[in-house]
Structures are given as structure tokens and as C-alpha cells.
Unconditional design. Structure first.
Lengths: 717, 160
């Protein structure tokens, strides 16, 4: 009983810390799984055991280690099954020549370099119970691995999956992965029998088994798929059969002499990729495996990682050598192979860095090696460090060689070319395409699409909440993107009048940080304005909270938040004016609306508490002079002295269709210390409300409409 | 499909062939000329009576952790030494090398309460390991004392 209690306590620690550290790594834009691996290492002798050894021994006693081992093996089996499941032959389409060449070279080069490195490492850190052949083979396969799952996620998060670079990288990684696993199988067979010749029967048996799986197994898989289609869903019976097959296959490969994981991987790979079946299967299996079992594997691995063993400068030098060989092998090999295939320098470099990712798959390989005794704890630790460093470098280096701006130019999907260069651009984040038609209509009115070439970019961001799940794989991400795009297109088709529809250019992307991505897209598209809907949330009633608040606070573009009321008229506009620069923006937008709607009327309410301040600024008066006289006729300016400007504004809004106000304290909308905005006016305003926040004084929202209103009486600006 | 063209096939054939040849050459060289050190890691019991200084009259074990040529070690009371190498509760405080049968370790003794009061606790062990028997000299602020001990192999780790 005592052991079970200890194990459960350990599991609590492991899962808790994994999530925490994982989130930390997410925050610095690294894959979640690296955080989990680091959490596992932190729980071992490298950190926890070193800093508080007595507490550590109490929490991680030796007798619990075998239990952790069993749990982690089960986790690994099902994880490898999921990996096999994800390996869609779709990835192997296109670029096949280049992919095969690149992936072959990206295995041959590191393998060769690793074999040469073994000549140095073997006499220093191995012991005589391991033959040189086994050692060299093992080191070779460890260096040749590319982590396909981590790579696939990095590609999805960078929205590369439909680009040429992305598809090429995925194909190469898939081919690489399979080849490296085969190499590993051979290495394991050779280690167990300690000679190449002795491994031959094992290798032959494996080939037989693989062929069996890919023929009979597929046949069985097709029957399962038929059963699934007939039932319409994944029944528990079907799931039970599949799980039992996974475990049985794992056992078979274990008996053959290669490792458990191969059998599980084969089942995943052999299953026919019936989309519904694969998705349901993945969703049902992954939560428990990724959240519960896999972190236990990382903790088990972490317990065997002892950074403290690298206590000599020579050992650190050797680690550097290992790292250098690993990086050189993969990057150089891939780069030159890609260049030879005619890929341009930048893409080849990016491909090289992508293939350098070793992450999780490497850890699996290393743990097998350590258990078999092929590598010693010191070499294990060195290689773990290598795996972490190479994976850690991937995202920043990818950004450096292949910045996001260039990705747009290489997108495989066709881009609609605007007839004329738009003079005004509005970015409209559409969180829920079904309910934000009004937002797009308001955007259309602001842009004045009937009068000048403007562009509206409805933006829909597919948010990847959890890294590493099936939904983050490129195939699934593409599916989500297509779905969103269809919904937005449908929404656009419902807009009136029909002429405005052609000025809408939807943008759909995958991201894990909505505010950051929105800012990036706003800058890429050179948006003049971002128009958002208000924040609806179960947790707070603040209309300017959540994402809206984040965007208001951080984005370096002018922002307007639309708080709608159930009415559709946009005829009478009200601008309560307190003189702040945000109010200036409100005024400019109101003027745009005025110009774009012949019958609209604007009422400007200058509210002050003291009569002397009731002047309009110089810029305001100059602006008024520039306007067309018939426009000026539709503007009614009032000066009101009131003790409570907010109340005056609210009263005035009773007779307006749309109120436009800046984020100033006068209207009870101001930014507080933590970036939250208060939303007094938003709550009490009688009409629909457009809250404006100006970022830069430079952006003029009127230049595009002023220059097109050709009036001889207008003085030259 | 062009990746099955003669040119590509010859390229792959040559590439894979040469790597295989190179690998065979390397392993042939490695197997004959390179020797790794035999495994000597494990626990070595030290009889208290013959030990110098504060180690006298204590039943202690010398734990040796080996990674090829590099050694780490610790001296712990016998009851504390576990059979499985990890998780270790004793921090390795000794460092040394092992080459061609010659072993040398040196370091401190924080794990033993009896030695806590001794100001200098610089321990040196030098010896030879032949067929699982360690024969050598142990020195602790005093002239070196010879000793001999039988290696207790670490219990076989769970394979996987």
C-alpha cells in the first residue's frame, strides 16, 4: 500500500510541475513538450535531488521506480500508437523526389559523423560489456532522429503547413522518422545479441512481421473501418479491439527482440486513415496519454538524467562535441541536399533547422539505450542535453531564417489580387462568424466601399489551446482553417449591398496567441483601423475585458470597439467630445461615416465642466474648414457645460443611432493600472456605441475621403 | 516516377553503399583497436578495523559510479548503500579516473557523521581492479593504508 501511495504522490507532483513548466515554455514560444521534459529533469537528481536530497529521497524512494517504469512504458506504447496514427500518407504527396533525397542525406550524414565520433567516445565513456558495433550503431541512430511530432506542431503554429517549406519538411521528417526507427530496431537487435550476425534472425523476423502488419494488418484495419462506418461512431467494443491489438503487437515485437514501441507504432501506421475514425480514436486516446502517462515517462527519464555527473571540463567538452556533431550532421546534410535539389538558400536553411529538431523522439531512443546498457548515464545525460538544445533552437532559428513576412509570399493557396490599391484598410477580428454580421456591415460603412477602393479583412484565428494534441497536426489544422474560411465566406455572402462583398479579404490563421497574431497581421496588412466586437464573457461583465482588453492595450494600431444595440439604423451619429486624442479619432470616424452616407447627420457635443475650456482645438477647427459645405451642414455642434460629462453624453445618446466616443476618463472609459478598461459608457449608453482608441497621431482616417471629395471651395490642405 | 530513374537509383546506391562500407570499416577498426574499460561500478565493502582516521570502526561501503574512464564515488555507511544505483541518496563526493586497471579517486567525506568534526577530510584512494577485486591504498590525512575489497555488482536495472 505504501508504494502505491508514494507513486500517486509522485504522479501529482509530476503532472502539476509538467503543466506549470510547460506553460512557462509556451510563453517563451517554445513547444509545450520541451517544458514537460525539463520538468521531468527538474524532478530528478539534476535539480530536486541536488538541492534537497533528503526530501527528494522521501518523495521518490527507490521502490517506486519500477512502478513509474511500468506506467511510462504503457504511456510510450500508446504514444507511439498515436504517432503511427498521425503518419498520414498524405504527407508523402508532392515534392517526393526532393524529400527522399533530403531525408536520405539527412540520415546518412549524421550517421556517418556519429560513427566517427564513436571512435572518440567509446574508449572514454563506454564500458567493455558493450561492443563497439552496438555503441556506434546506437549513437548513429540517436543522431539521425528527427522528432516528427514536435516538428509537425512547430509547422502548424507558424502557419507553414500549406507552404512549400512546410509540406517538404513534413515529408522529409516522416521519411526520416521511419528510417531512423528501422535503424534503431537494428541497433537494438545488435545490442541484444552483441554482433551483426547474431542480429540477422531478429532483423529477418522483424521484416516478416512488418510485412504481415502492412498486408494482413491493413486488411483487418479495413474491416474495422467498415465496422466504424456502419456504426457511425467509435464504439467501446471497437476501441477495446484496437487497444488490445496495440498491446499484442507491442508484445510481439518485444519477443522478436526489437522494442515494445515498434509494435505499437506499426498498428498506428497500418490502420487505414479513415478521417472520422482516426480523429475519434486520437481524441479518445490522447488526453489521458498526453496529460497523465507521458509526463510520467519524462519524470522517469528525468530520474535517470544527472547533470551533476558532468562535473569535469572534459565532459562538458565532449558534450559540446556531441552537440556540434548533431547539429552539423543534420543541418549541413539537409542544407546541401536541399540546395542540390534546387531549393533556394533561405528555404534550405529553414529546412535544415527544422530537421534538427530532436525533442521527444530522441528521449525515447535514449531511454531505450540506457536501459539496454548501451549508453552510460553520463552519455545519456549528454545526449538529453543535446536533444533539448537542438529542439530549443528550432523556433528562434526558424524565425530568423524564414521570418513570417516571407511565408505569405509562398502560400500555396491563391491570393485574390485587389483591382486597385485600397486607400483604407480595416481589420475585423471575427470571433464567431455566425453572430458578427453587423460588425462587418459597420466596417463596410466606415470604409465607404461604394465610394472608394478600400479593403476589409475579416480575421478568424483558429486558436490552438493545447499543444501536442491531434488537433494541432497539420492535417487537422488545415481542416479547421478550411471550416472557418467556409463560414466566413458564407457570412460575407449575406452582407448587403452585394457590391461590398468583393472588397472583403478573409484571413484565417492558426495561432496560440490571439493578441500577438492579430498585431502581426495588422502590421502585415497595413491596417488603418482594427474594428472589434465587445467582449462577452461568463466570468466578467466588462465589455472591454478579455481579448478585447488585450488588443486595446497592446496593439500598435488604432482600434474601435463596437458595442451594438438591437437596431440597425446608422443615420444619426453622436460624438461626445472632451478634447482627448481618442475623441479625435472618434470624430474622424464619425466624419467618415458622414461622408459615406448622404443622409446621415452628426451631432458633436462639446462637454466641459468649466465654461472657459469650451473651445475646440486648432486641428479640429482646421478640419472643419476643410470639409465640403454640404457636409458641414449636416454637422451640428453644441457646447454644453455640465458637472457630469458622462451623464450628459448618456442623455444625448437617447436620440442617436450610434455614439462614437474615445477611451477617455470623461466617458468613464479609461485604462486602469493592469490594463483593464472600465466601461461605464458602454454599459449605460442608449444607442449603439463605437469606442475608439487612438494609437498614433500620424494615421489619418480622413485623408482617403478628403482627397476624393473634389470641391473647388475647399482650401488646399 | 523519376525518383526511380537510373540516375537517382545509382546515386542512392552509391551513397548508402559507401556509408555502409565506411561504417563497416569504422566498426572493424573500433572492434579491434579500441578497448573500453571493463565495468567496475558497484559497491565495495571496506572493513573498519584497517581504515585510517575517522573511518576506523565503521562499517562503510565505497560506491563507485563509472562512466567509462571517468569515476564518481562516495563513501557511505553500509546500511545506507542501496543495491539499485538510482535514485541515489548519496551525493557523489569523490572524483577520479579508471584506466587500464588503475583506479584513483579523491574527494571529501560529508556523508559520514563520524567524520564531520575532522577538519581536513581529503580522502585519496588508489589501486587496481582485477577480476572484480579492488586492491589498493586508502589515505586520509595519514600514511596510506592498504586494503582489499570485493566488488558487489549493482543489481540489474529493469530492462526498459
Amino acid at each position: 500500500m505504501h508504494a502505491v501511495v508514494s507513486v500517486l504522490v509522485e504522479i501529482l507532483l509530476v503532472i502539476g510541475l509538467s503543466r506549470l513548466v510547460g506553460l512557462g515554455f509556451r510563453w517563451i514560444n517554445q513547444p509545450l513538450v520541451i517544458g514537460e521534459i525539463v520538468a521531468g529533469i527538474m524532478l530528478g537528481p539534476s535539480l530536486f535531488g541536488w538541492v534537497a536530497p533528503d526530501l527528494w529521497v522521501v518523495l521518490f524512494p527507490a521502490e517506486t521506480v519500477p512502478f513509474l517504469n511500468v506506467l511510462s512504458q504503457i504511456g510510450l506504447i500508446f504514444f507511439m500508437f498515436l504517432i503511427g496514427l498521425e503518419l498520414d500518407p498524405k504527407y508523402l504527396k508532392g515534392n517526393l523526389n526532393t524529400a527522399i533525397l533530403t531525408s536520405n542525406v539527412s540520415i546518412l550524414v549524421p550517421f556517418t559523423l556519429a560513427s566517427i565520433l564513436s571512435l572518440i567516445l567509446y574508449p572514454l565513456i563506454s564500458n567493455a560489456s558493450v561492443s563497439f558495433t552496438a555503441f556506434a550503431l546506437f549513437l548513429g541512430s540517436a543522431m539521425s532522429i528527427t522528432a516528427f511530432p514536435v516538428l509537425a506542431r512547430i509547422i502548424t503554429e507558424n502557419n507553414l503547413q500549406s507552404t512549400r517549406l512546410g509540406t517538404l519538411a513534413l515529408t522529409c521528417a516522416a521519411v526520416d522518422d521511419v528510417t531512423a526507427w528501422c535503424l534503431l530496431a537494428v541497433a537494438i537487435a545488435v545490442t541484444r545479441t552483441n554482433s551483426m550476425m547474431g542480429a540477422l534472425p531478429t532483423i529477418l523476423e522483424s521484416i516478416v512481421y512488418i510485412t504481415l502488419m502492412l498486408t494482413l494488418g491493413r486488411w483487418g484495419g479495413r474491416k474495422l473501418a467498415q465496422f466504424y462506418r456502419r456504426k457511425g461512431r467509435l464504439t467501446q467494443l471497437l476501441l477495446a479491439i484496437i487497444y488490445m491489438t496495440v498491446v499484442a503487437s507491442a508484445l510481439i515485437t518485444e519477443f522478436i527482440g526489437i522494442h515494445l514501441i515498434f509494435g505499437a507504432f506499426l498498428v498506428g501506421a497500418a490502420l487505414p486513415k479513415e478521417p472520422g475514425l482516426v480523429r475519434e480514436l486520437a481524441q479518445k486516446t490522447e488526453d489521458f496519454v498526453l496529460i497523465f502517462l507521458l509526463p510520467i515517462f519524462f519524470a522517469y527519464s528525468g530520474l535517470r538524467t544527472e547533470i551533476g555527473l558532468l562535473n569535469r571540463p572534459e565532459l562538458w567538452l565532449l558534450s559540446l562535441a556531441v552537440l556540434a556533431v548533431a547539429i552539423a550532421g543534420k543541418y549541413v546534410g539537409t542544407y546541401f541536399a536541399a540546395r542540390t535539389s534546387g531549393i533556394e538558400k533561405r528555404e534550405a536553411a529553414a529546412l535544415g533547422w527544422l530537421m534538427n529538431t530532436r525533442g521527444l523522439t530522441e528521449l525515447i531512443v535514449l531511454n531505450i539505450g540506457l536501459s539496454l546498457g548501451v549508453i552510460s548515464p553520463v552519455l545519456f545525460t549528454m545526449l538529453v542535453i543535446m536533444a533539448l538544445v537542438t529542439t530549443f533552437m528550432t523556433s528562434p532559428l526558424l524565425e530568423w531564417t524564414y521570418p513570417k513576412k516571407l511565408i505569405r509570399l509562398n502560400v500555396v493557396e491563391p491570393e485574390e489580387a485587389a483591382q486597385l490599391e485600397p486607400t483604407y484598410r480595416i481589420l475585423v477580428p471575427v470571433a464567431n462568424p455566425r453572430t458578427q454580421k453587423k460588425l462587418l456591415q459597420v466596417a463596410a460603412e466606415l470604409a465607404g466601399l461604394e465610394k472608394q477602393p478600400a479593403a476589409i479583412y475579416p480575421l478568424s484565428l483558429v486558436e490552438l489551446e493545447e499543444d501536442y494534441l491531434f488537433e494541432s497536426t497539420p492535417v487537422e489544422a488545415e481542416r479547421s482553417i478550411r471550416q472557418r474560411r467556409t463560414r466566413i465566406e458564407e457570412l460575407i455572402q449575406t452582407l448587403e449591398p452585394p457590391e461590398i462583398r468583393s472588397s472583403m479579404y478573409p484571413v484565417v490563421r492558426v495561432t496560440n496567441d490571439v493578441a500577438r497574431e492579430t498585431a502581426a497581421i495588422a502590421q502585415m496588412e497595413r491596417a488603418d483601423l482594427i474594428l472589434l466586437g465587445w467582449h462577452r464573457s461568463v466570468m466578467s461583465s466588462n465589455r472591454l475585458g478579455g481579448r478585447v482588453g488585450q488588443i486595446l492595450t497592446t496593439i500598435p494600431v488604432d482600434v474601435a470597439v463596437f458595442v451594438d444595440r438591437p437596431q440597425n439604423r446608422l443615420e444619426s451619429l453622436l460624438v461626445p467630445y472632451s478634447g482627448s486624442l481618442h475623441d479625435d479619432l472618434a470624430l474622424e470616424l464619425a466624419l467618415r461615416l458622414l461622408m459615406n452616407g448622404e443622409t446621415r447627420r452628426l451631432s458633436v457635443l462639446r462637454v466641459t465642466q468649466k465654461p472657459q475650456e469650451g473651445e475646440f482645438s486648432f486641428e479640429f477647427r482646421k478640419l472643419m474648414e476643410q470639409l465640403d459645405p454640404n457636409l458641414r451642414d449636416r454637422i451640428d455642434i453644441q457646447l454644453v457645460v455640465a458637472a457630469d460629462p458622462l451623464q450628459a453624453a448618456i442623455d444625448a445618446s437617447k436620440t442617436a443611432d450610434l455614439t462614437l466616443a474615445g477611451t477617455s476618463s470623461a466617458w468613464g472609459i479609461e485604462r486602469q493600472t493592469l490594463g483593464r478598461y472600465t466601461d461605464e459608457l458602454a454599459m449605460r449608453c442608449h444607442s449603439s456605441l463605437l469606442i475608439t482608441r487612438r494609437y498614433s497621431r500620424m494615421t489619418s482616417h480622413l485623408s482617403s475621403v478628403l482627397t476624393t471629395s473634389a470641391q473647388p471651395s475647399t482650401p488646399n490642405p | 516516377m523519376s525518383h526511380f530513374s537510373l540516375k537517382s537509383l545509382t546515386f542512392y546506391g552509391v551513397a548508402i553503399g559507401s556509408v555502409t562500407l565506411l561504417f563497416n570499416a569504422i566498426t572493424a577498426y573500433g572492434n579491434t583497436n579500441l578497448k573500453a574499460q571493463p565495468a567496475i561500478d558497484g559497491n565495495y565493502s571496506l572493513e573498519g578495523k584497517i581504515l585510517p582516521g575517522c573511518l576506523k570502526s565503521q562499517a562503510v561501503k565505497l560506491i563507485v559510479l563509472q562512466s567509462g574512464v571517468y569515476l564518481n564515488g562516495a563513501i557511505v555507511p553500509t546500511e545506507q548503500a542501496t543495491k539499485t544505483p538510482s535514485p541515489r541518496r548519496e551525493k557523489p563526493t569523490l572524483m577520479g579516473r579508471f584506466h587500464n586497471g588503475e583506479l584513483s579517486l579523491s574527494g571529501t567525506l560529508p556523508n559520514l557523521p563520524a567524520c564531520a568534526s575532522v577538519p581536513e577530510r581529503e580522502l585519496k584512494i588508489e589501486g587496481r581492479v582485477v577480476k572484480d577485486i579492488l586492491q589498493g591504498q586508502i589515505q586520509l590525512n595519514s600514511p596510506a593504508t592498504p586494503f582489499q575489497s570485493q566488488r558487489q555488482k549493482p543489481s540489474i536495472e529493469q530492462s526498459h
